[in-house]
Design a protein around this ligand. Structure first.
Ligand code: KG4
Ligand code: ZN
Length: 345
């Protein structure tokens, strides 16, 4: 019988320090996540300097906890996987340095992982991947449609031209008085309100796979400010429902356009915003109706946000494909998959 492969994985691209032990790419032995949200809330968003400081304090504690909880020693490991981008440079550097140090000290291969590949692989814990497949990646920093013709090949076919969808949730949430990150609360309010404001659905009819959310965000903010100036109060649940209806329409329409252009066997929904109930429900019903043969794989709710288990799963595939980093591996804040369709002006 083949020996089991244990990887130690690190994630520190933004405001979560996370270390995990993953067995054979699909089994979570441990997944420790130390969140810093409280430290950033009073600033209304992530403060890079504060984030780096927290990562430094947390990374060795999380590493020890991940190994202890998994019951695994350094000698059992086959390699160390680490997010090296995209993300905040100071945050990424802590994870990269920790991973390098452990790999060097224990003579283990170092496996570089793209954070966005990690998000996709969160869905690997929900089921097998079959190719070709498409992924809708929605997070605080990114909104992109990624085509995977085969394993380990990631090609962007559409992306946001301005704000990421999670960023838009956080900004409109702030106007409604919701603490950062606002997505979850806005989602909950949306389920108690009606889509009555008819916000714009930018670019939905355009013949491309790109997104835009800044017009929607501005329309929302203007609506609230105008009402404030007139001394009126708008229903927060209806505002949330109207915002979410526009977001979900845009994402669902563009994703189905992508599925018509790129016939695939499976659609993956992943990233922090993949936890959104409205989006999960809408994609489930639209796909059942319009693409009955196509499988929808939703990232498990617990693994939608940033975590190292997803990095270990993506790292395992990189490990099998021979991805190895040297000791000079650096953080790459703007790391991106290749874009295969032209960006129209
Ligand atoms: O992937 P993630 O944890 O971090 C990045 O890599 O950006 O995503 C965080 C984002 C935040 O903007 C947060 O507001 C959003 O995901 N989010 C949600 C929901 N839960 C988290 N947005 C909409 N609905 C949710 N239920
Ligand atoms: Zn992320």
């Amino acid at each position: 019988m083949a020996e089991d492969t244990y990887l130690l994985a690190f994630e520190s691209s933004c405001d979560e320090t996370s270390v995990a032990v993953i067995k054979n790419g699909t089994e979570i032995c441990s997944n420790i996540v130390a969140t810093q949200i409280e430290s950033h809330q009073r600033f209304g968003g992530v403060v890079p300097e504060v984030a780096s400081r927290h990562h430094i304090e947390q990374v060795t504690i999380c590493t020890q906890e991940a190994l202890d909880q998994a019951g695994v020693d350094y000698a059992d490991l086959a390699g160390v996987a680490v997010t090296y981008g995209p993300g905040l440079v100071g945050s990424l550097l802590i994870g990269v340095t920790a991973a390098k140090t452990i790999a060097w000290a224990h003579d283990l291969p170092l496996i570089p992982v793209n954070h966005m590949a990690g998000h996709i692989y969160a869905a690997r814990f929900a089921g097998e991947f079959t190719y070709p497949q498409m992924a809708l990646l929605v997070s605080g920093g990114h909104t992109e449609l990624v085509y995977m013709p085969e394993e380990h090949v990631y090609q962007i076919v559409g992306e946001t031209r301005d704000d990421a969808v999670g960023e838009a949730y956080d900004k409109i949430g702030r106007v409604l008085g919701v603490n950062y990150p606002a997505g979850k609360t806005v989602d909950e309010w949306a389920h108690q309100g009606k889509d009555s404001f008819n916000f714009p659905r930018a670019m939905v009819q355009e013949d491309n796979l790109d997104f835009s959310f800044s017009g929607l965000k501005s329309a929302f903010i203007n609506t609230v400010h105008n009402a404030d100036q007139r001394g009126g109060r708008l229903d927060k649940n209806d505002l949330a429902a109207s915002f979410q209806a526009a977001v979900v329409d845009i994402l669902a329409e563009k994703t189905q356009r992508a599925l018509r252009e790129y016939p695939v066997k499976q659609l993956i929904l992943a990233g922090g915003v993949a936890a959104n109930r409205g989006l999960r429900d809408r994609l489930t019903s639209d796909l059942a109706r319009n693409f009955p043969g196509l499988k929808l794989l939703l990232a498990p709710l617990k693994l939608c946000g940033d975590n190292a288990a997803m990095i270990g799963a993506a790292g395992y595939v990189g490990y099998q494909h021979g991805d190895r980093a040297d000791w000079d591996l650096n953080a790459v804040p703007g790391l991106s998959f290749e874009r295969i369709t032209p960006v129209e002006e």
